[in-house]
Design a protein around this ligand. Structure first.
Ligand code: GLY
Ligand code: MN
Ligand code: MN
Length: 435
């Protein structure tokens, strides 16, 4: 993503803040995995969105209208020894020359500099509660000013939730963001096709997971969440990540896996037969989920409300469960009483972006939000019939199906970014059998 894109975002948020405001964003902390090992570093999404800067121990500050520069970065200084051990650093010079900062200071000097910047402002835009250690430091700087009130020090009067404004911006994807998300969707879609071509009875779930990791990494991407690779009844565990069971010839395999490019996620689920042919019962359940997904995607268009795709999926799934004989009763009553919930217990989708479950309000006041061009969401209905489901015929038990695509709202409808991996059962069977 070009430096221009980040500059445009900073300008936009600064316009919204107005003069007298100061926004403060800390980078994500480094997190220990065990003893001397750390988890792979992932920048905080809000910080990344406004800076494009991927280094830890950084703080971004925006002060609209500040004469000596509106965008200030605190970051680690260059240090040949540390860089030999831990990797390259931009340093304060790089923060200015490569990342567009007007001014940059060593992060070790922040205690001396930030209170002075705060003192000149009226409103502090900050997201409380996400990085608790930094919350405490910020309160410390503010208290320092308060303590000096007698000496004529000024303290900002208002604290404003930065996330509220920023997350609304993040909901509308720019052209550059859409093209990045298209790439993330394409790479993950290819990986799903590769899994279909690779799968054989007797393989372990982790062998299929490995195909995803290979496909993601060879394109410079990485998983956007822990892949779910669940064979047979494991598909009925929504967040199954053990991925260590053997795949049987008669099993369905549910895979929920997506990747991340420049921080932007894809999130795709496909469910397919390990042996290359759906059983009659598997196919019947699959077709209900597919009909629900199509009905939901049909509702993704500008002017429709957030909940319309979900309502359409609920209706199709309930109708399907009646047709299969799993539910009995009148459709409107079953929907009203949420009789589908034991089998479809999650929502039909979520916003997608820098976070897999991306930011942005789903309601405006009491009303579901209207869909608008540039928003990206997932559409992911499913049916999960637990192996011990009560009152359900044995032939359905242990079947779990989800189909999930990434969908962009366009001016006249929608665009399924992940469409290159088939959902049609025949096309899926063909892909598995052709290998
Ligand atoms: N992979 C998480 C989700 O589908 O929401
Ligand atoms: Mn998913
Ligand atoms: Mn999802």
């Amino acid at each position: 993503m070009s430096p221009r894109e980040f500059e445009r975002r900073r300008k936009q948020i600064m316009r919204m803040m107005g003069k007298g405001g100061i926004a403060i964003l800390p980078a994500a902390p480094v997190r220990k995995r065990n003893r001397d090992s750390e988890y792979a570093y992932r920048q905080d999404s809000d910080f990344l969105y406004l800076t494009g800067f991927e280094e830890p121990e950084s703080v971004a500050v925006l002060i609209p209208g500040r004469e000596h520069g509106e965008y200030i970065v605190f970051c680690r200084e260059r240090d040949p020894v540390r860089e030999t051990w831990d990797g390259r650093r931009a340093g304060t010079e790089g923060a200015v020359s490569d990342f567009g900062a007007d001014d940059a200071f060593p992060v070790s000097d922040i205690d001396d500099i930030l209170p002075g910047l705060l003192e000149r402002c009226e409103r502090v835009y900050y997201t409380m509660g996400v990085h608790p250690e930094f919350d405490t430091r910020l309160m410390g700087w503010v208290n320092e000013l308060r303590a000096q009130a007698g000496k004529g020090c000024h303290t900002p009067q208002e604290f404003v939730a930065l996330d509220h404004m920023l997350h609304d911006m993040r909901l509308y994807k720019s052209r550059a963001e859409i093209s990045t998300m298209r790439r993330a969707a394409k790479i993950a879609a290819n990986a799903h096709c590769r899994a279909m071509r690779t799968v054989r009875p007797g393989m372990k779930e982790f062998e299929i997971e490995a195909e995803f990791l290979h496909e993601f990494r060879r394109h410079g991407s990485q998983p956007s969440y822990n892949p779910i690779v669940g064979g047979g009844a494991n598909a009925c565990i929504l967040h199954y990540t053990e991925n260590n069971a053997e795949l049987g010839a008669g099993d369905l395999l549910l895979i929920d896996a997506g990747c991340e490019i420049d921080g932007y996620a894809s999130d795709i689920t496909r469910t397919f037969p390990v042996s290359g042919r759906f059983s009659a019962a598997q196919r019947a359940v699959y077709e209900v989920v597919l009909a629900a997904q199509k009905a939901a995607i049909d509702k993704v268009k500008p002017g429709n409300h957030w909940n319309e795709p979900h309502d359409a999926a609920v209706r199709a799934i309930t109708r399907g469960l009646v047709k299969l004989g799993i539910l009995k009763g009148r459709l409107p009553t079953l929907i009203k009483e949420e009789a589908y919930k034991p089998f479809f217990m999650h929502r039909t989708g979520h916003w997608l972006g820098l976070d897999v479950h991306d930011v942005g309000d789903y309601k405006v006041g009491e009303e579901w939000r209207e869909l608008e061009p540039g928003m990206v969401l997932t559409v992911e209905p499913g049916i999960y019939i637990a192996p011990d489901a009560k009152g359900v015929a044995a032939k359905w038990r242990g079947i779990g199906v989800r189909i999930e695509d990434d969908v962009l709202v366009t001016r006249d409808g929608c665009d399924v970014l992940s469409r290159s991996v088939p959902t049609d059962p025949e096309a899926i069977e063909e892909l598995i059998q052709a290998a």
